[in-house]
Design a binder for this molecule. Structure first.
Ligand code: F6R
Length: 617
C-alpha cells in the first residue's frame, strides 16, 4: 500500500523515479508525486491526482532536473484521494519534502501541538504532520536534518516507511521504516530506495532490507567526491548497525505484461509454469536441509493455527481440510485481523502457519508477532523473498511463482494451496497417518497439475461465453463443498473485487439455511461440482436450485453427466483427486471473473479502492 521510490547518484533522478512508480503502481493508484532537488538547490514538487501517467502529463513541461529525488504512488488512508492530499508533502517553510507509507496513529495531537505553535496545514493527511514536525524540531532545537528526523520518529505511533529530502542538504536522503517495508538498492555510485525491490532490480541486484525501526542516511559525496555514496544505518533510537547487503534475483521481464492485455491474465495463464516452479522448489525445500527444521517444528505441535487475509486465508481453509485429513492434527483458521485482537488461546504446543503472497500484510505480520510473544512457533508460506513475514518467522517455505502484480491474486493462490497440500502429504507420511504409497501417488499426481491447468486454459472461449451471461447479473452465489468450499469463497472474491458484481461464497449445503431465499432467475449460482466423495450430495444441492428456477453455471469433471444436464452452462476440468481439485477448479473461476470484468469495462489490474500488499491494518 503506497509505493515509495528514491534515488541519489549521478543520473537524472526523474526517469528512475517515474519508472519505479510504474513498477510500484500495484500498491496504490489514487495519486502520484515526485520531489527533486535541482542543481541550483531548489526543491521542486510535482503531483497529480490519479495514476502515474497523470503525473507524467502534469510534470512534462516542468524543471525535471536533479540527481536526487523521492516519489510516491498513493493508496489513500487519511484524506480523500485528491491533489491536496497527494505526496510528497512539504514542510511549512518548504525546506523539507516527505513521502510516507503507513498510518500515524497519534497524528491528531501532534497536529494540534504544531498548530498551537503556528504551523498551518495544507492537506488532511497524517503525513504532513510528520514533515512539519521534523522542520519544527530542526528550528526549535537547532537539530541537524538527521537528528530532527530521528527525534520525530521517536514521537510517532503507528506504522511508517518514509523518505525525506532537505533542500539545505541536497546530497542526502533520510529514510526509515516501522511496520511498512523499505529496501535500499546499492549501485556503484548511486543508491536507490523502494517499497520493494521491483523499482531497483533494473539497476542493481544488491539490496539492503531495512528492519523495523531502522533509519538510514543515504549520502552522496560533494565536489571531487561526487562519485562516492555512503550509507549510514542505525536504529531509530540511535544505535549504529552494519548494513547487510543481499543479492536479489528478479528478472525484469517478470515485471512486464509480456504481450498480455493485463497482468492478471498473464498471471492466470502462466500458472502451468509458475506451478511447476513452485512444486519443484517446495519439493527441494521439503527434502533438503531445511526440511528437518520445518518438520521438527511441525511435529512438536499439538495444534496448527493458520492465519492470513483474503485469498491467502482461503488457501488456509483448503490447508485445514488437507492437514486434518492427512495428518489428523487439529487446525484452526483465522483472519489475521481477528486473530490478533480476539485474545486467542495460544500455547507453546501451537504452530502458527502464516500465509501471505506479499509477506507484508500488516495484520498477518502483527498476528505472528503476537503468537510468537505467546510462545508459538511460526512457519510462513510466502512468495516475496526477503519480505517482513518470512523474516519474522521461525521457518519459511517460499512459493516461488515470481512477482504477482495484478491486484487480484491468482497464481499465488494455486501455489499456496500446492505447497500446503504437499506439506500435509509429507507430514502425514512421516506421522503414519497417510500411507507412503498414497503419499507418493498424490505427489506424482501433483506433477500432472501444470499440464491439467493448461487444458483448462485452453477452454478460454467457453469461459468467455459463460462470462457474457454472468456480466448481466448484479449479484451471484458461488457454492462448493469440502475442499471446494474455499474455492467458492475465492471465486466469489475474484468476481467482486474486479467486476464489482456482488458475489458470496457458501458451502453448498448451507444454502437451505438462508441464502436459498435469494434464488431467482436473475441470480446465477456458480457451482463447483467436480468429482468427489460427496458428489451426490452436491447433485442434490443443484437440484434444489433448479427446483426454484435458479440458473446454474457449473465447473464439472470431464465426462460428467448429471450436473451438466441441470446446468445452464458449464466448463469441464480434467479429473484429479479431490484433495488436489482446488488447484485446478479455481482456474476457470479466475478466468470467469477476468472476462466479466473486461466485458464490463473495469480496470482489471487496478480495481477501485484496492491495492496490493496491504501494509496498513
Ligand atoms: C485478493 C487479494 C487479497 C490478498 C490479501 C492478503 O485477490 O489479493 O485478498 O490475498 O490482501 O495478501 P497477502 O497474501 O499478500 O498477505
Amino acid at each position: 500500500m503506497c509505493g515509495i521510490v528514491g534515488y541519489i547518484g549521478k543520473r537524472q533522478a526523474y526517469p528512475v523515479l517515474i519508472k519505479g512508480l510504474h513498477r510500484l503502481e500495484y500498491r496504490g493508484y489514487d495519486s502520484a508525486g515526485v520531489a527533486l532537488i535541482n542543481p541550483a538547490g531548489n526543491l521542486n514538487v510535482y503531483k497529480s491526482q490519479g495514476k502515474v501517467s497523470d503525473l507524467e502529463d502534469t510534470a512534462q513541461h516542468q524543471d525535471l532536473t536533479g540527481s536526487i529525488g523521492i516519489a510516491h504512488t498513493r493508496w489513500a488512508t487519511h484524506g480523500e484521494p485528491n491533489f491536496r492530499n497527494a505526496h510528497p508533502h512539504l514542510s511549512q517553510f518548504g525546506r523539507l519534502a516527505i513521502v510516507h507509507n503507513g498510518i500515524i496513529e497519534n497524528y491528531a495531537p501532534l497536529r494540534e501541538m504544531l498548530r498551537q505553535n503556528g504551523r498551518t496545514f495544507k492537506s488532511d493527511t497524517d503525513t504532513e504532520v510528520v514533515v512539519q514536525l521534523i522542520e519544527y524540531l530542526q528550528e526549535k532545537q537547532q537539530l541537524s536534518f538527521q537528528q530532527s528526523v530521528q527525534q520525530t520518529l521517536q514521537m510517532l505511533q503507528g506504522s511508517y516507511a518514509i523518505a525525506v529530502l532537505d533542500k539545505n542538504q541536497p546530497d542526502t536522503i533520510v529514510a526509515a521504516r516501522k511496520g511498512s517495508p523499505l529496501v535500499v538498492g546499492v549501485g556503484d555510485d548511486e543508491l536507490f530506495l523502494g517499497s520493494d525491490a521491483s523499482p531497483i532490480v533494473e539497476y542493481t541486484n544488491r539490496v539492503i532490507y531495512l528492519d523495523d525501526e531502522d533509519m538510514v542516511v543515504l549520502h552522496r559525496g560533494t565536489g571531487a567526491n561526487t562519485s562516492e555514496v555512503s550509507i549510514d544505518l542505525m536504529t531509530v533510537s540511535g544505535d549504529r548497525k552494519q548494513p547487510r547487503i543481499e543479492q536479489v534475483s528478479l528478472d525484469v521481464s517478470q515485471l512486464e505484461k509480456g504481450g498480455y492485455d493485463h497482468f492478471m491474465l498473464k498471471e492466470i495463464c502462466e500458472q502451468p509454469q509458475s506451478l511447476r516452479s513452485c512444486l519443484q522448489s517446495a519439493r527441494r525445500t521439503l527434502a533438503g536441509e531445511e526440511a528437518g527444521g520445518i518438520f521438527t517444528l511441525l511435529e512438536s505441535s499439538q495444534r496448527v493455527l493458520i492465519t492470513a487475509c483474503g485469498t491467502s486465508w482461503h488457501a488456509g481453509i483448503v490447508a485445514k481440510y488437507a492437514l486434518e485429513q492427512m495428518v489428523r492434527v487439529p487446525v484452526d483458521v483465522d483472519y489475521a485481523s481477528e486473530f490478533r485482537y480476539r485474545n486467542p488461546v495460544i500455547t507453546r504446543g501451537d504452530t502458527v502457519i502464516a500465509i501471505s503472497q506479499s509477506g507484508e500484510t500488516a495484520d498477518t505480520l502483527a498476528a505472528i508477532e503476537m503468537a510468537k510473544n505467546q510462545g508459538a512457533k511460526v512457519l510462513s508460506i510466502c512468495n516475496v523473498i526477503g519480505s517482513s513475514i518470512p523474516r519474522a518467522s521461525d521457518k519459511v517455505i517460499y512459493t516461488m511463482v515470481g512477482p504477482e502484480i495484478g491486484v487480484a491474486s491468482t497464481k499465488a493462490f494455486t501455489a499456496q494451496v500446492s505447497v500446503l497440500t504437499m506439506l500435509a502429504l509429507l507430514w502425514g507420511k512421516r506421522k503414519g497417518t497417510l500411507s507412503g504409497a498414497r503419499c507418493e501417488d498424490l505427489l506424482k499426481e501433483m506433477d500432472t497439475l501444470p499440464e491439467k491447468i493448461q487444458q483448462v486454459l485452453n477452454q478460454q472461449p467457453a469461459i468467455r461465453r459463460m462470462a457474457e451471461t454472468l456480466s448481466f447479473a448484479s449479484s451471484c452465489l458461488y457454492i462448493g463443498r469440502s475442499y471446494n468450499y474455499p474455492v467458492a469463497l475465492e471465486g466469489a472474491l475474484k468476481l467482486k473485487e474486479i467486476s464489482y458484481i456482488h458475489a458470496e461464497g457458501y458451502p453448498a449445503a448451507e444454502m437451505k439455511h438462508g441464502p436459498i431465499a435469494l434464488i431467482s432467475q436473475e441470480m446465477p449460482v456458480v457451482t463447483i461440482a467436480t468429482a468427489s466423495d460427496i458428489y451426490d450430495k452436491l447433485v442434490s444441492n443443484v437440484q434444489e436450485i433448479r427446483a426454484r428456477q435458479g440458473r446454474v453455471m457449473a465447473v464439472v469433471t470431464e465426462g460428467d453427466t448429471e450436473v451438466v444436464r441441470m446446468a445452464d452452462c458449464y466448463v469441464e476440468v480434467p479429473r484429479v483427486s479431490e484433495c488436489l481439485s482446488p488447484i485446478l477448479n479455481i482456474v476457470p473461476l479466475q478466468l470467469l471473473s477476468y472476462y466479466v470484468a473486461c466485458l464490463k469495462g473495469c480496470n482489471v489490474d487496478q480495481p477501485r479502492n484496492l491495492a496490493k500488499s496491504v501494509t496498513v491494518e
